[in-house]
Write a protein that binds this ligand. Structure first.
Ligand code: CAA
Length: 256
């Protein structure tokens, strides 16, 4: 039974809303399992072209569930694949947008950064405050934050609990858009629908190519990009897109 998230489809966007308001959407094992299962279902649903993960206006997510973690041992976390569950997000082929308002702390910030695009409300606050609990980020915070905002600021955040406001997150490149809290979610869904209206295989490979920049050397990334580019010349949508351009008409994508 799904209890910790609410899902719906708006247009061609699958929306997964975290729904543990009393715990500020703290990410426990059940919630993360439900979220990954929902995203995987959207990924194979032909009616969905893009996804949005969101929380409430007050909290996207205030981190991994501290109460669940408090008594853990390394062995139990390892055997229980505590963080490994999150890796399922990495295998989602369609783009995933994080629509963030309020607290995006610890694992909440890491979940948002693991998405492909970030849209924030003006009230969003990003932070990696694990140091205050006597630990460090464990789901990508030290890596993705550093890649996103650079070493100097990432060090302040991870070593000293420095938070980023929505405006700072925009300025430092962590998010691509900031909206008033009343409209951030609808704007994120609008962006998702725009992306979902594009050539689906190209969108999938575009996401893969950009994400490769975080995992490969420049040489390997360039080679990878070139192979994906060549591969797209096997699709109907490439023929359609270029024919539509040449004949000055809108393209009709088929996803083939
Ligand atoms: N885990 C479990 N419960 C949490 C939680 C979390 N991460 N964050 C908030 N809650 C719970 C609180 O315990 C509280 O529950 P009760 O009403 O039962 O006491 C409820 O949510 C509301 O929280 P507050 O009363 O604290 O609300 P506030 O407005 O005063 O403060 C806050 C909000 C600043 C976000 C504060 O709740 C806070 O500091 N939360 C913890 C943030 C944090 O340290 N996150 C990192 C977690 S570790 C991690 O994520 C590891 C990793 O890398 C994977």
């Amino acid at each position: 039974m799904v209890e910790n998230i609410v899902t719906r489809v708006e247009g061609r966007v699958g929306v997964a809303q975290l729904n543990r308001p009393k715990a500020l959407n703290a990410l426990n094992r059940e919630l993360m399992t439900e979220l990954m299962t929902a995203l995987e279902a959207f990924d194979v649903d032909p009616a969905v072209g893009c996804m949005v993960i969101t929380g409430s206006a007050r909290a996207f997510a205030a981190g991994a569930d501290i109460k669940e973690m408090a008594g853990a041992t390394p062995a139990r976390m390892m055997v229980g694949s505590f963080i490994d569950l999150w890796d399922r997000l990495h295998r989602i082929g369609k783009p995933v947008i994080a629509a963030v308002s309020g607290f995006a702390l610890g694992g909440g910030c890491e979940l948002a950064m693991a998405c492909d695009l970030l849209v924030a409300s003006e009230t969003a606050q990003f932070g990696q405050p694990e140091i205050n609990l006597g630990v460090i980020p464990g789901a990508g915070g030290t890596q993705r934050m550093t890649l996103a905002v650079g070493k100097a600021l990432a060090m302040e955040m991870v070593l000293n609990g420095r938070m980023l406001s929505a405006d700072e997150a925009l300025r430092f490149g962590l998010v691509s858009r900031v909206y008033p809290v009343e409209v951030y979610l609808e704007e994120a869904i609008r962006l998702g629908n725009e992306i979902a209206a594009r050539a689906p295989i190209a969108v999938r490979l575009a996401k893969e190519a950009v994400n490769a920049a975080f995992e490969m050397s420049l040489r390997a990334g360039l080679d990878h990009e070139r192979r994906l580019f060549y591969l797209l010349f096997s699709t109907d949508d490439q023929k359609e897109g270029m024919d539509a351009f040449v004949n000055k008409r809108p393209a009709q994508w088929t996803g083939r």
